[in-house]
Write a protein that binds this ligand. Structure first.
Ligand code: NAP
Length: 282
């Protein structure tokens, strides 16, 4: 049995096995592959990469906090991973351990399937971590103007300076305290922080209903958090009659890229989505 993993530390929260194992059954590869969670300590990332090299493990997804370490330790990076500076998918090709970044394309596809094209749009990104980084680069490559707001303003500055230089855009940055100043000028607002996630911050939100009421009338609001799927952030946006996009579509689409790299088969998107919804009790 070829083993595919998702590595992180901790890794208990990951829903990737649910959707990938359902996808393997659908395409008739569940006797050949199995997808499992694997907790890997930060100091063990290089030895994990050796396991991919010697084919003990066939491929992997990568989550917090290993995306940078994987980027820095594999043999070869895709153009996307080189640009973004982090990697979330590892695969083996031409006798080399390779890695790519699929969060940016996953986010854009999740928006596209809801009829939202970012080209020419003004976007507010909340957060400047790994997911925000991949999405901000994807927005730069797809002609959207972006403002990145973050709790630690230096991290927003660092990200925006890097994107501006590498992709030749003129993105802006600021403090998360400035959200209200921007809500009536943007077309799309994406929460790329874990605020609202199950556990410590469930029920919390970076934007209140009152603030959403004063936003641009056709603002689209997206939350990357998918557990719970209906976050307070999205509930508040809905109460202000704004269109919302939850984190499930991105989870499926960022995973679909890896599925194709590992198995050579197109990912069964709807089967993956249904498996996740069933798991979440929806
Ligand atoms: P990360 O690299 O740890 O970055 C977290 C970001 O959130 C940082 O900018 C951090 O600000 C900010 N932040 C953390 N706690 C905050 C708080 N209490 N108030 C305000 N800002 C706060 O995490 P990530 O990998 O980017 O992931 C972010 C979220 O997206 C997670 O919930 C993750 O599960 C989700 N995600 C979803 C998908 C999907 O497919 N739907 C894919 C990737 C990630 P500082 O710089 O100040 O620390």
């Amino acid at each position: 049995m070829k083993k595919i993993t998702v590595i992180g530390y901790p890794i208990g929260h990951s829903l990737s096995p649910v959707m990938h194992n359902a996808a393997l059954v659908e395409v008739g590869l569940d006797k050949e592959f199995i997808y499992e969670k694997l907790e890997v300590l930060p100091e063990d990332v290089p030895s994990f990469i050796e396991k991919i090299r010697n084919r003990e493990i066939y491929g992997s997804n990568v989550t917090i906090p290993h995306k940078k370490a994987v980027h820095d330790n594999v043999d070869e990076l895709s153009e996307e991973a080189k640009l973004v500076g982090v990697a979330n998918t590892i695969y083996f090709e031409n006798k080399k351990v390779c890695a790519t970044s699929t969060d940016g394309i996953g986010c854009l596809k999740a928006l596209q399937e809801k009829g939202i094209n970012v080209n020419g749009k003004k976007v507010l990104i909340l957060g400047a971590g790994g997911a925000a980084r991949a999405i901000t680069f994807a927005l730069a490559q797809n002609s959207a103007h972006t403002i990145v707001l973050n709790r630690t303003i230096e991290n927003a500055k660092e990200l925006v300076m890097e994107v501006n230089e590498k992709v030749n855009v003129n993105f802006e940055f600021g403090s998360i305290m400035e959200i209200e100043n921007h809500l009536n000028e943007v077309d799309l607002c994406i929460n790329c922080t874990p605020v609202g996630m199950s556990g410590k911050s469930e029920g919390e939100t970076l934007i209140t209903t009152k603030q959403f009421v004063n936003a641009k009338k056709d603002l689209v609001v997206m939350d990357l958090v998918y557990n719970p799927l209906r976050t307070k952030f999205l509930e508040n946006a809905k109460s202000a009659n704004l269109k919302t996009v939850d984190g499930l579509g991105m989870l499926v689409h960022q995973g679909a890229v890896g599925f194709k790299l590992w198995t050579g088969k197109d990912a069964p998107i709807e089967v993956m989505r249904s498996a996740l919804k069933e798991h979440l009790g929806l």
